[in-house]
Design a protein around this ligand. Structure first.
Ligand SMILES: [Fe+2]
Length: 483
């Protein structure tokens, strides 16, 4: 029984000092007297995982700035919101395409229709229809705010045919071609794309970023031992000398959604749950996240299993459900998608990091021939490249659920990132496209029966790690098996 106030406070201060943490004096003055050992333990736990800014870890100077984060209040949507949404998307992507030299002579579709045959024309439109003709040509219908026109991609144009086959409905493209009678014969096909001139930014300091996701906490197969190994490495307790050196320089950890398994996500899910209460799932998960050294900044976006609407953009995790995570001192919560800047320092602009959980990925893995035939979901690199070229995270209407905002399409990739970070398909992968490091994060659960039905072949417990000074990347394996 501890009844002496001073004694219990001393014990608390010592407890946190042993963990290289200091408690603010103002919070200490507000701590109530613990009347039992159990209560003292509760206070320790509450402070460890829930004291917000009042528990401070060693400061390492890691900087996180939120560039874009969806924070709109929910409101009713009507038909005009969809019209405004697609207009906003068209205008944003058109502005990107218009910067291309090939689009110098841009003409609206209504003017193209009134132009003479055999004139050279450039148009930008949203793909309304796409068909393959009996002769093997690709026929598109492009639409802009002024009208519609057919576009033919000739089957003998090998340079265009593969690109044409991978076009999806609703994406915005540019066409340079020759005018016919109510048809344009394509000579070039342009995507909004990433500029070739995108620089490869490198931090002046050796510091590391680590990428994780898809905890699905509450699932009865959570790979606890693997995750504890990961934490042990982050703390510098395990690993080779060079691995421990890397751990000592980790400043940023990105966590891209599906923190918890959720409840009622799919039929029969209850048999897969160790924790069947959504509040308890978040609370129990917080104890694991709180094991990560507090000087590492953890940037978290939600995913489709988290306790909120599935439609994108998803706001930050709701405080009602995930209060314990909100209170962690080193966590930055953002929407899905979102963009943050990390590592900014004097003379260096930092890295812009686009986070997207990746709910649209299985759709493109199946629908786009050039991805499906090369491995589908096994090729997150191709999916990510496809989306970067489109400058949109879900260009086709049915590929994800979304809430249309009339003034802006939040799924447009308007700012070119340095890192594009995703998850959802539970596979660890790192690739580069025009100096953008594309990373898909793995998971901390093995492949479940439900996931097999979704075509997921998980590579659990693998963690991409990037040296921000050199941009060299590696995948560290904290699992038992090589997969
Ligand atoms: Fe997911």
């Amino acid at each position: 029984m501890i009844q002496d106030l001073t004694c219990s406070k001393k014990e608390l201060v010592k407890y946190f000092l042993d963990r290289e943490m200091l408690i603010d004096s103002d919070i200490l003055s507000r701590i109530k007297v613990a009347e039992s050992c159990d209560e003292l333990d509760e206070i320790k736990k509450e402070l460890l995982i829930g004291a917000g800014a009042s528990v401070k870890g060693p400061e390492t100077g890691g900087s996180v700035e939120i560039i874009s984060c969806y924070d709109k209040e929910p409101h009713k949507r009507e038909v005009q919101h969809f019209v405004g949404y697609f207009n906003a998307r068209y205008n944003a992507l058109k502005a990107m395409l218009m910067r291309r030299q090939e689009m110098q002579g841009l003409t609206s579709i209504s003017r193209v229709i009134s132009r003479k045959e055999k004139d050279n024309v450039s148009i930008i439109g949203l793909v309304l229809e796409k068909n393959e003709t009996p002769n093997g040509h690709i026929m598109l219908t492009l639409e802009d705010p002024t009208g519609k026109v057919k576009v033919l991609i000739n089957k003998n144009r090998n340079d265009l045919l593969a690109l044409g086959r991978d076009i999806v409905l609703d994406e915005t493209i540019g066409i340079v071609g020759v005018n016919g009678d109510n048809i344009v014969f394509a000579n070039s096909l342009l995507f909004p794309d990433i500029p070739m001139t995108k620089e490869l930014r490198k931090s002046p300091e050796e510091e590391y970023a680590v990428f994780i996701g898809d905890f699905h906490f509450g699932n009865n197969e959570f790979l606890k031992d693997d995750f504890l190994k990961f934490v042990s490495w982050l703390k510098g307790d395990t690993g080779t000398e060079s691995q421990r050196d890397i751990a000592s320089k980790v400043k940023y950890i990105f966590l891209v959604g599906d923190l918890v398994e959720g409840v009622g996500i799919y039929p029969g899910q209850e048999k897969d749950l160790e924790i069947d209460d959504i509040y308890q799932q978040y609370e129990a998960l917080t104890e694991y996240i709180a094991m990560i050294p507090t000087h590492m900044k953890i940037i978290i976006c939600p995913g489709n299993h988290d306790a909120m609407r599935i439609a994108e953009p998803q706001p930050v995790l709701y405080k009602d459900f995930a209060e314990s995570i909100w209170k962690l001192p080193n966590v930055v919560l953002v929407s899905n998608p979102a963009m943050v800047n990390v590592g900014k320092k004097e003379g260096f602009p930092g890295f812009d990091v686009l986070l997207y959980h990746g709910f649209s990925f299985p759709f493109y893995a199946d629908v786009v021939k050039g991805i499906r035939e090369k491995g589908g979901q096994d090729r997150s690199d191709l999916i990510m490249k496809f989306l970067l070229q489109r400058r949109h995270l879900a260009p086709m209407h049915t590929s994800t659920l979304y809430l249309p905002d009339a003034e802006k399409d939040y799924l447009v990739i308007d700012k070119v990132p340095d890192f594009f970070i995703t998850g959802h398909i539970h596979r660890a992968a790192i690739a580069n496209y025009r100096n953008i490091t594309m990373i898909n994060c793995s998971t901390w659960i093995p492949t479940s029966d439900y996931q097999i039905k979704l075509g997921i072949k998980a590579q659990p417990s693998k963690v991409p790690v990037v040296n921000l000074r050199t941009r060299e990347a590696r995948i560290m394996n904290f699992g038992e098996k090589e997969t």
